[in-house]
Design a protein. Structure first.
Length: 107
């Protein structure tokens, strides 16, 4: 496992994330790509952990969540990736395009 400090912002849309809170502080744990875990918080702290396998990442994540819980952090929420990998603008729809129908009616 490698660990490195990150700049102030984590770019991109995360595939899955967990938000932990303790008082007014928060920590967000994000699965960032293959075998990577990003930790944001508390405050301006940012860390990136890179693992050799998904199993190693999962074990570290489970251990981190347990440490946070023991330190008084509570899981506030979880978000998962809702995208299915297909480009929605080029995928064929199962229904008619009402915008095209409305345009044809007017012209």
């Amino acid at each position: 496992m490698r660990c490195e400090a990150l700049p102030d912002e984590i770019a991109g849309v995360p595939p899955a994330s967990w938000l932990f809170v303790r008082g007014i502080e928060s920590i967000r744990v994000v699965v960032g790509g293959e075998w990577k875990l990003l930790v944001s918080g508390p405050g301006a702290k940012r860390w990136s952990y890179t693992f050799d396998s998904d199993e190693e990442r999962f074990q570290f994540q489970t251990s981190l969540e347990e440490r946070l819980r023991l330190q008084g952090w509570a899981l506030e929420g979880y978000e998962h990736e809702r995208r299915d990998g297909t480009e929605r603008r080029t995928a064929r729809r199962g229904t008619r395009d009402r915008r095209r129908d409305d345009y044809n009616k007017r012209h």
